[in-house]
Ligand binder design. Structure first.
Ligand code: C5P
Length: 407
């Protein structure tokens, strides 16, 4: 992202009580230089390390310190403050502040703001190495990062290194540049965007085409990418139907899952989910099914293996893209290629009649992996290369692009 991309973005910075608080002054400077507006909340611990005057001078706004302040509550109280922001950043995030946030405690302005916000939260932990490694702190970290949807807290750092207390190890707050990079990343991931009121259907996983009651043909697909997309769309407020083949994944929060086995069942479930605004077809659909599935188990015979007569499965993506008045406004397909990725993806885009196609090079180890490197090709000729990143990040990025498309 370019520097200008934080223009008009609003960052609420909460400064906890740790020696790393001095680095937050530099963070404010970097944020403002990137075009963001910054407001600050200073805890009583934080005020031991940096002064309200420094924060006010750098941010250009008064510092918020007290939960019950007649001045603040009539101008910008804790609820308003937490809603004003596009992103809430806690730097330094002390063990105490993280414990409060992990357990829903609200006994000062910082912790109350963290509970009241409806925006993403990024924390930059800073503490002594033994404190960071303590199971109580790690349990709080797991809790914060495991919350669902927008409540999920993102972390940047802590870094390894020498600490102010003379010990060495993880616990140093991430450098301001690294925190800025995380802020950019989170804000480019759809924060502030919405798909509220939009309906989506997502296909995921393989299909399973029976040969007889115990055997079948299938494709390799973990379903991870499709499930992450369903979840990311739901996080932005879309109403999502996830049509899934057999995979070992839990139903994402807020998503309606329809469980199918065969391509014919998948097509029926997708058709039943229409009309929708968005269709993302990420399933690895078997191209063929067996003509005349045996009612009983086919026995091994001395004459050798049986021959299977195969018939073509319906192309679900092409069908949805050609659904006439019921065609979704945005139809997105996937192309798993091993060679000439761009050429093949573009050919598939027009052959299937979809609007966007996400191409991944599957010559490596994509199947079942947690990360993916993809290129987004649009029908208008534009494309975007996305570096290898987690399938969750790919999903968030795609959802952000979808939200931008509808905005
Ligand atoms: O033709 P190919 O399988 O390479 O196309 C991949 C894209 O088409 C994916 O988006 C996949 O989900 C979709 N597809 C489908 N129905 C099929 C085959 C593929 O929806 N029968």
């Amino acid at each position: 992202m370019s520097e200008a991309s934080l223009n008009t973005r609003r960052i609420l910075l909460i400064i906890g009580g740790g020696i790393a608080a001095y680095k937050s002054l530099e963070l404010i400077r970097l944020l403002r230089r990137a075009g963001a507006s910054v407001r600050t909340v200073l805890t009583s611990g934080g005020a031991e390390f940096v002064t309200p005057l420094s924060l006010a001078s750098l941010s250009g706004h008064p510092v918020h310190q007290a939960l019950f302040s007649p001045d603040d509550e009539t101008t910008m109280g804790h609820i308003e403050l937490s809603r004003w922001a596009d992103l809430v950043v806690v730097a330094p995030a002390t063990a105490g502040l993280m414990a409060k946030a992990a357990n829903g405690m609200a006994d000062d302005l910082a912790s109350t703001t963290l509970l009241a916000t409806d925006k993403r939260v990024l924390m930059a932990p800073a503490m002594n190495v033994r404190m960071w490694q303590h199971p109580a702190v790690q349990a709080n970290v797991a809790r914060l990062t495991g919350f669902n949807g927008l409540h999920q807290v993102s972390l940047v750092g802590p870094d390894d290194g020498e600490m102010a207390c003379g010990e060495f190890g993880p616990g140093r707050m991430a450098e301001p540049e690294a925190i800025l990079a995380s802020i950019r990343h989170l804000l480019s991931d759809g924060s502030g965007q919405s798909l509220a009121g939009r309906r989506a259907v997502v296909t995921a996983g393989p299909t399973f085409e029976p040969i007889d009651p115990v055997r079948g043909l299938t494709n390799r697909s973990s379903g991870k990418q499709g499930y992450a997309i369903a979840r990311a769309l739901a996080e932005l407020g879309a109403e999502v139907t996830l049509v899934s083949g057999p995979v070992a994944l839990p139903v994402p929060e807020g998503v309606h899952r329809v469980w199918i086995e065969t391509a014919v069942e998948m097509k029926a479930a997708v058709d039943a989910a229409l009309p929708v605004d968005i269709a993302v077809m990420s399933a690895a659909v078997a191209d063929w099914r067996v003509d005349g599935v045996a009612g009983g188990k086919i026995k091994k015979a001395p004459g050798g293996p049986p021959s299977l007569a195969l018939i073509e499965n319906p192309d679900i993506l092409a069908g949805v893209a050609a659904a006439g008045p019921r065609r979704p406004a945005l139809v997105i397909g996937f192309a798993a290629e091993t060679t000439e990725v761009e050429q093949n993806a573009r050919a598939k885009l027009s052959r299937k009649g979809c609007d966007w196609i996400l191409a991944n090079d599957v010559s490596g180890d994509v199947f079942g992996a947690d990360s993916n490197a993809v290129t987004l090709f649009r029908r208008d000729g534009t494309s975007e290369d996305w570096d290898r990143q987690s399938k969750v990040d790919v999903a968030r990025k795609l959802s952000a692009r979808i939200a931008a498309h509808f905005a």
